[in-house]
Design a protein around this ligand. Structure first.
Ligand SMILES: Cc1cc2nc3c(=O)[nH]c(=O)nc-3n(C[C@H](O)[C@H](O)[C@H](O)COP(=O)(O)OP(=O)(O)OC[C@H]3O[C@@H](n4cnc5c(N)ncnc54)[C@H](O)[C@@H]3O)c2cc1C
Length: 418
């Protein structure tokens, strides 16, 4: 295979929402950026696993977005491809804001913003090996058609599974397979009577339906897709899946596709508005809730979230509740009154260096992780990682030497609500 050589400032690995935001922000801050992605689209699970809604976008009607995240979300809203939806809070008065989005538009918007910022995207490419020295990293990556050797001053691991940190020998942690969050496969129904569906409260029925064996888990969410008569359904469930095993993931995909097919007649019979619905798509990518996470300079805890602790080096806001999907199908749910903040240090691996880990692979305990893994929070973490990489490259400093308070100030100046 031919080997193509690249020399850039920042390499972003993983083109989910987190990696896209990191690439946009680093490139807009003047860095030469490459983003490598193993699939052939930008958006990661938000696109390939067809989430269809950003949860935890704000509280009580006030959006939490600022900076580049706000700009991107506002573009989707302005083009009619996304709309806010207030979800009633469960344990306090008020609401939690959700944003329903068109999957195709989110992918196109992120891809355009990454390339318009000047970053180069390499699709169908996966990291094979990485070496680190005092000035930066050399990454060998395998594409579908050729090999690549990429020299860079900073690497951002946005793989959603700390894959690069793990390769580089940083300490990482992952729950035992039988304790991991369940995996799900999202699907889409067409020809839905959305007016009729509006009156149906799935939160009110899902516990009873699970206990009666109607649903495979205490999980049921139906999100109408903007500008269509389609709704995205999140209701499937498989446990004890090792998402780092090809065989396990393949078996889960097969089992969950069967679950989708079996669920459709049940949902059509029971839910008003679905009488004439048909299956219009099954997500091609398995929805994996859990993640390998780094051992970082600081571990965000459930208590930090519960007490909405502020940090001098806060770099990303978040407001989704602690939301633990237990392997037995039940759920732990703990809301906060106000948005809480995530500090810079959770992205910096314990031993420091030229690699920063962002998105849902930050250092967080199980409770905090269950809250911060959602798309809006990942967007904010990606934005912060992109700015941190720009500081690291222009100052020559490794990530552990970057002043988190300075980073916070830069983000605030750019409009991030901290
Ligand atoms: C079933 C389910 C339902 C959910 N529902 C919602 C919801 O309704 N709303 C919400 O806000 N959040 C939801 N979430 C959470 C949310 O979707 C994810 O946490 C979020 O999308 C993570 O984004 P990310 O960019 O950090 O990671 P990912 O989306 O996982 O992106 C990582 C990217 O890295 C790529 N990659 C991985 N390894 C490599 C490698 N070695 N080389 C190159 N590329 C690599 C992957 O292909 C992927 O594109 C849900 C999650 C699940 C599993």
């Amino acid at each position: 295979m031919n080997t193509v050589m690249y020399n850039v400032d920042v390499l972003v690995v993983g083109g989910g929402v987190t990696g896209a935001m990191a690439a946009i922000c680093a490139a807009r801050s003047g860095q030469r950026v490459i983003l490598i992605e193993k699939e052939s689209y930008i958006g990661g699970m938000a696109v390939g696993s067809m989430m269809g809604q950003l949860v935890g976008c704000g509280l009580d009607g006030t959006p939490m977005f600022g900076g580049t995240s706000e700009e991107i979300v506002n573009k989707l809203i302005a083009s009619g491809d996304a709309e806010y939806y207030p979800m009633r809070a469960r344990t306090r008065p008020g609401n939690i804001l959700l944003l329903r989005y068109s999957i195709e538009s989110l992918q196109y918007q992120l891809e355009s913003d990454v390339t318009d910022a000047g970053a180069t995207i390499l699709y169908k490419t996966i990291v094979s090996s990485i070496r680190e020295d005092a000035e930066g990293c050399t990454v060998v990556a395998r594409g579908l058609y050729d090999m690549m050797e990429i020299r860079c001053s900073a690497v951002i691991d946005a793989t959603g599974n700390a894959a690069v940190a793990h390769l580089l020998g940083h300490d990482t942690e992952i729950s035992p397979t039988d304790k991991r969050f369940p995996v799900s496969l999202i699907f889409k129904l067409g020809n839905v009577d959305l007016e009729k569906l509006k009156g149906f409260d799935w939160v009110a029925v899902r516990k009873e339906w699970f206990e009666k064996g109607i649903l495979p888990a205490e999980r049921l969410a139906l999100a109408p897709c903007p500008n269509t008569n389609e709704a995205i359904v999140n209701a499937t469930h498989a446990v004890s899946v090792n998402h780092e095993s090809t065989e396990d993931v393949s078996k889960a995909l097969t089992a969950l596709r069967r679950q989708v097919i079996e669920l459709i007649p049940v949902l059509k019979a029971k839910i008003p508005g679905l009488e004439n619905a048909f299956l219009s798509a099954i997500a091609p990518v398995l929805g994996v809730r859990d993640a390998r996470r780094i051992v970082g300079k600081y571990r965000l805890t459930g208590d930090d979230v519960r007490t909405m602790r502020d940090f001098d080096d806060a770099v990303a806001p978040s407001c989704w509740p602690m939301d633990v999907d237990l392997p037995d199908g039940s759920n732990i749910w703990e809301e906060t009154d106000r948005p809480y903040r995530i500090p810079y240090r959770v992205m910096v691996p314990e031993r420091g260096g030229r690699l920063l880990v962002t998105g849902r692979s930050i250092d967080a305990d199980a409770l905090a992780f269950s809250a911060v893994r959602v798309i809006p929070t990942c967007m904010g973490l990606g934005e912060a990682a992109g700015e941190a990489a720009a500081i690291s490259v222009s100052s020559g400093l490794p990530f552990e030497k970057i002043d988190g308070k300075h980073l916070r100030n830069i983000l605030v100046q750019k409009g991030v609500k901290l």
